[in-house]
Design a protein around this ligand. Structure first.
Ligand code: ADP
Ligand code: ZN
Length: 296
C-alpha cells in the first residue's frame, strides 16, 4: 500500500517470539516465530528480521515483569524474570538501537488488549479487560481508552482465589503463591493436576468444571474491582469454547445480583466473550502500537 507505513509487531514470549509485519488496519503480511533461547542469540535474530523487512516502527509486547515507566532508566527492560539470562535485560532499547525506528513497549497482555479494544471484541468501548489463559494467565486492562500501567503493571494472573471443594491441589502450582489463579487454572496447572495435555481432555472431563469455577471467580473479581464494559477471554485454554457458558452462569451466581447493570444481568453472553481477532489480538495490537509510536 503506497504511502502506508510498513509496521512491525513483536509478541515476546518466554518460549517463542512471534514477529510480524503489516499495516495499521490489521493486515498481516508476514509472520515468523523465533524460539526464545538466550538474549545473545535471540535479540540479533529479531533485529535482523525487522531490518530485513524495512519496518518504519515497531510495537512490542513482552513477557515480564517489565518496566513500562517512560521516565525510568530501565524503561523497556524485562526486570525480574526467573527465565535464565533475561532478568534486567534491555529488551526494547536493544531493538530500538538496532533498528533506529520508533518502538512502543507494553506487556504482552496489554498488547492483545490494545488489539481487541481497537479492532476486535472491545471495539467502540472505552473500558475493556482482556484475559489470556495459556501457559500463564494475565490481563490487559484498557481504562478510559488507555492501557493501564499503574505502579508496575497488572499481575491479575496472581489473584488469590477460593479453591473449589472438589479441588485435589488447593495450593495450585505457582511457585510464589498458594491458591492463585495462574497456579490453579493455567494450561500447565491443568496438566499437572490431571497428568494429561489440557487440549486432550474431553469437554465432559471434571477438569473443565474446576476451570470454569476459577475463571468465573476471576471475572467476578474483575467486575467488582474494575467494572469494565466487557471482558474478553483468550489464550490457548479458551480454545475450549464450551467453557464460556458455565463461566458466564457462575459469574452471575458469584455476583449475587449485586451489580445492577443490564449489560451483565441481561446480556452476559455479550459481556464475557471470546476474542474478536482470534489468535491475532497481540499481533494486531503490536501494529497499532507501532503506528501510534510513529505518530508521536
Ligand atoms: P502462551 O500462553 O504460551 O503464549 P497459549 O495461549 O497458546 O500460549 O497457551 C498455551 C497453553 O494453552 C498450554 O499450556 C496448553 O496446554 C493450553 N492449550 C493450548 N491449546 C489448548 C486447547 N485446545 N485446549 C485446552 N488447552 C489448550
Ligand atoms: Zn501466583
Amino acid at each position: 500500500m503506497i504511502g502506508t507505513p510498513l509496521l512491525g509487531a513483536l509478541e515476546g514470549g518466554g518460549t517463542k517470539m512471534v514477529c510480524a509485519v503489516g499495516y495499521v488496519g490489521g493486515a498481516i503480511l508476514k509472520r515468523k516465530s523465533i524460539p526464545t533461547t538466550t538474549p545473545e542469540e535471540t535479540l540479533p535474530k529479531l533485529a535482523r528480521f525487522f531490518q530485513g523487512e524495512g519496518v518504519e516502527a515497531l510495537g512490542i509486547g513482552s513477557f515480564g515483569p517489565v518496566d513500562l515507566r517512560e521516565d525510568s532508566d530501565t524503561y523497556g527492560y524485562i526486570t525480574s524474570t526467573p527465565k535464565p539470562g533475561w532478568a534486567d535485560m534491555p529488551f526494547m532499547p536493544v531493538l530500538r538501537d538496532a533498528l533506529n525506528v520508533p518502538v512502543g513497549f507494553e506487556t504482552d497482555v496489554n498488547l492483545a488488549a490494545i488489539g481487541e479494544y481497537t479492532l476486535g471484541a472491545g471495539r467502540g468501548l472505552a473500558n475493556v479487560v482482556y484475559v489470556t489463559v495459556g501457559t500463564g494467565i494475565g490481563a490487559g486492562i484498557i481504562i478510559d481508552n488507555k492501557p493501564l500501567h499503574g505502579l508496575v503493571h497488572s499481575e491479575m494472573g496472581h489473584l488469590l482465589l477460593k479453591p473449589s471443594a472438589d479441588e485435589t491441589h488447593p495450593d495450585g502450582f505457582c511457585p510464589y503463591h498458594k491458591g492463585c489463579l495462574e497456579g490453579l487454572a493455567s494450561g500447565p496447572a491443568i496438566e499437572k493436576r490431571w497428568g494429561e495435555k489440557a487440549g486432550a481432555l474431553p469437554p465432559d472431563h471434571p477438569a473443565w468444571v474446576l476451570e470454569a469455577e476459577y475463571l468465573a471467580q476471576c471475572c467476578a473479581n474483575i467486575i467488582v474491582a474494575i467494572s469494565p464494559e466487557r471482558i474478553i477471554l483468550g489464550g490457548g485454554v479458551m480454545h475450549q469454547t464450551h467453557l464460556f457458558e458455565p463461566i458466564r452462569r457462575r459469574t452471575l451466581d458469584l455476583l449475587g445480583g449485586y451489580i445492577r447493570s443490564d449489560k451483565i444481568l441481561d446480556d452476559i453472553d455479550h459481556y464475557i466473550v471470546p476474542p474478536g481477532l482470534g489468535d491475532d489480538s497481540g499481533t494486531i495490537g503490536g501494529l497499532i502500537l507501532a503506528s501510534r509510536q510513529l505518530q508521536r
